[in-house]
Design a protein around this ligand. Structure first.
Ligand code: S3P
Length: 173
């Protein structure tokens, strides 16, 4: 396992992007966000990919991105899209890629972070809390399968979560 590949998995709004950026800054390694890379490749926003191409096409884009990044010799911190570990054999690929962390958050925390957000197509219509808890309970097993370590994030700020991850990495860095 390479010490300089760090992968963050977890539900939408669990803090993967903010923590990923902070980790990258502190460890001085490249930061990658799978959603941003896919948007750049496709030259469209995630919402438009879901609307125009459909979810299945997006999941294939995620799997292709993951396979490509698996070939990288360079270190990175990767924030994955919230659904990535739950499709194809992505959970296994993530687990084998490097040091993976599941940023675990409760439905209440997630709702609090996403209540005014309109960028997530899967949470667009209907009762947001119900959608979050239903989807989270289906996805939990995949997040656990993909991750080496679970980090509880409820009630913690970005710095505290980052400190905890760096602590887990210990003398690998
Ligand atoms: C999704 C999560 C989003 C994005 C897309 C689908 C999901 O990423 O990939 O909207 O299925 O949970 P974030 O987890 O960064 O919000």
């Amino acid at each position: 396992m390479l010490p300089d590949k760090i992968i963050l998995v977890g539900f939408m709004g669990s803090g993967k992007s903010s923590v990923g950026k902070e980790l990258s800054k502190r460890l001085k390694i490249k930061y990658l966000d799978s959603d941003v890379c896919i948007e750049e490749n496709e030259k469209k926003r995630i919402n438009d990919i879901f609307e125009e191409d459909g979810e299945e096409a997006f999941r294939n884009m995620e799997s292709d991105f993951l396979k490509n990044i698996s070939l990288s010799k360079e270190g990175f911190v990767l924030s994955t899209g919230g659904g990535m570990p739950c499709f194809n054999d992505n959970a296994k690929l993530i687990k084998n890629l490097g040091n993976s962390f599941y940023l675990m958050a409760s439905p209440d925390t997630i709702l609090d972070r996403l209540k005014n957000d309109s960028s997530r197509p899967l949470l667009k219509d209907g009762n947001k809390y119900e959608k979050i808890s239903n989807l989270l309970s289906k996805r939990e097993e995949f997040y656990k399968k993909a991750a080496d370590i679970i980090i509880e994030t409820d009630g913690k700020n970005i710095d505290e979560i980052t400190d905890e991850i760096i602590g887990c990495l210990g003398d690998k860095i």
